[in-house]
Ligand binder design. Structure first.
Ligand SMILES: *Cc1c(COP(=O)(O)O)cnc(C)c1O
Length: 345
């Protein structure tokens, strides 16, 4: 087949910043070691781009959500370093865990039985301490099927780590109490925000996700976490419109005077939603406001501040996550995980 020409949209991934963020979170984890949540294709950035960087930075504990996410990750790291957070739902899942050597996270009595009956072996155990999502309840910790598991890492997950909530200390205390009942090798509680809650939350292993990729869920992390991802796109057409002309679907923008506009090839499928309406692209430090609605695969921008650029030139979408989340009212998690497949990464 003919060689594919390069696309007109690109996701720049700053690998130095990614490595820096892991090392920073590892250091902030104190005596605990930092792992990495690499589920959802490394929060949308791409396993093949991120996992080798995290591995080379020193990470040895990787967490995915689904079994389907395992093959891509174990091309880069040893299977025993990979844990599947959603755990085994079926005999097929348990068999897959055994054949690959990845660690299931046991999330319920049913999963504990399923894993034991399929032969057992090393696993992790999730204890629910208040988020009421996955995990065995505190009462179930005394169940013989749980006590007979070979638990490597006992873990729980904080519901409100990005807030100053009394729930944080309550969850930590419940976690401590449950861990006393179950033999295990290591304890793990904190996600990115949990790391910033301090040493009482670090235990043996932390599990940052968001902040590896540039997210800042708590003020304490601002200035320490670097931006990793920047969407860029080429101007595929420019035109001059006159006063009174409108732009885009539903004609929501009307030119007040003659102006130059550019069409950028980015849209919903790339993760750039209508929530970006009213924001601006940038070129060499100048702001190029979005005109009208983001429409499917295209965005029209005002080129007034950059008269020298036109078709074929590239512009960037400012994507510092705390600011972008404020601007769009889309969460930092969502801003990462919706980045689409058409970007060259
Ligand atoms: C996704 C996830 C994490 C990472 O959380 P962030 O808030 O992205 O740092 C940690 N632990 C579990 C169980 C998760 O599901």
């Amino acid at each position: 087949m003919a060689e594919l020409p390069p696309p007109t949209l690109r996701l720049d991934i700053d690998r130095e910043a990614l490595a820096h963020n892991w090392r920073t979170l590892d250091r902030l984890s104190g005596s605990a070691r930092a792992g990495a949540a690499v589920k959802a294709n490394c929060y949308g950035l791409g396993v093949e781009h991120c996992v080798p960087v995290l591995r080379d930075a020193g990470c040895r504990d990787f967490f995915v959500a689904h079994w389907s996410e395992v093959p891509a990750v174990i091309t880069h790291v040893p299977p025993e370093q990979v844990a599947v957070l959603h755990g085994p739902q079926s005999d097929a899942d348990a068999a897959f865990a055994r054949q690959t050597g990845v660690r299931p996270v046991i999330d319920s009595l049913r999963q504990a039985r399923l894993w034991s009956e399929s032969g057992g072996g090393g696993c992790h155990l999730m204890v629910d301490t208040g988020i009421n999502r996955l995990g065995i309840s505190a009462a179930e910790a005394a169940d013989p099927v749980i006590r007979s598991l070979q638990v490597e890492v006992i873990m729980s997950h904080l519901a409100c780590a990005d807030e100053d909530s009394p729930m944080n200390a309550a969850q930590r205390d419940r976690f401590d109490a449950a861990a006393k009942l179950i033999p295990h090798k290591a304890k793990s509680l904190a996600n990115s925000a949990g790391i910033a809650l301090g040493p009482d939350y670090h235990f043996d292993l932390t599990r940052p996700g968001l902040s590896l990729y540039g997210g800042v869920p708590r003020e304490e992390l601002a200035g320490q976490i670097r931006q990793v991802v920047t969407p860029r796109a080429a101007i595929i057409q420019s035109r001059t419109i006159e006063a009174g002309d409108t732009v885009g679907y539903n004609a929501t923008f009307t030119a007040q005077a003659r102006m130059r506009t550019g069409v950028v090839s980015l849209g919903y499928a790339d993760g750039i939603l209508r929530a970006w309406g009213g924001a601006a692209f940038a070129h060499a430090g100048r702001s190029l406001p979005i005109l009208g609605k983001v429409s499917m695969d295209m965005i029209v921008i005002d080129l007034g501040a950059a008269p020298e650029i036109g078709e074929g030139d590239w512009v960037e979408l400012p994507y510092y996550l705390p600011d972008a989340a404020q601007q769009t009212a889309v969460s930092q998690y969502e801003l990462l995980t919706i980045l689409g497949h058409r970007f060259a990464r």
